[in-house]
Design a protein. Sequence first.
Length: 342
Amino acid sequence: MEDLLKKLNQYKEEISASSATNADEVENFRIKYLGTKGLVKSVMGEMKNVPNEQKKQAGQLLNEFKQFAEAKYESLKEQFASAETQGEQIDFSLPADAITVGTRHPLSVTRNRIVSIFKRLGFAVAEGPDIEDDWHNFGAMNLPEDHPARDMQDTFYINQNPSWLLRTHTSSVQARIMETQKPPIRVICPGRVYRNETISARAHCFFHQVEGLYVDENVSFADLKQTLYFFVQEMFGKDVKVRFRPSYFPFTEPSAEMDISCLICGGIGCNVCKHTGWVEILGSGMVHPKVLENFGIDSNKYTGFAFGMGVERITQLKYRVNDLRLYSQNDIRFLQQFTGAV
């Protein structure tokens, strides 16, 4: 016991005399005395040589020694920190450095605006997985394996299991909603979709859609038109002209594409509208009876409409963006233009 006490006093003197003038010396002190192979741990191991009747007293002495070494280490750290800042002159009257404020991405701004408009019409937000199975993405939407409309969408399939793929549209979310809910159904489905396309100013291998679905009794094409008229006026203003053109989609019948007068040229004609004065913004139609039947919904009792739009296209018209690649290049000069957008 006396030998242990003598050793502790000797080590304390050694520790007390220690000093440091830089971070490396402070770290060396920690390693030498408090590290896993340091002096403190070595001394603590001598407890096994102390007789049982003296272990309590020895334990107190060793704990005090450990606390003494830790206190010295903290003191050296504080001394070094204060020495590092000594002599610095701070002028508290100077203005603070400007803090860079982040902004919402323009696609997020547009998506949130679209969703807020349809929420006012009673549409709830629904989301689904980006990796989807063939049935929910194609089969349930009236696109069997040999359907020619599949050629319209160049799909990314999963190599390990070709029956799984990156969804090509958010119609798969509509499928999952009809699978789990009974009418009335009124949902809006925003999300990212993927198609194997060559990246250019007008196309990308991933983009964003917002699709809507309304299924209930006595839903008509007139309900669809009035819903979309309201959306266009709220998004682009009261003066925008609208027209519907007959089209084809496997999951709707009848189907129509919706055009608005070009916001870039005011309908006079430009490169964006291909000198027609009109720009297509979405596809729509009445839900095909077969799609309803795929989910056990009685097509004789219920009808519905669906529509889908590209968020990039709406953003392009809203903010005059002429290159789709700008959305995903993270160019701070481009993004900072949307500081005031909400």
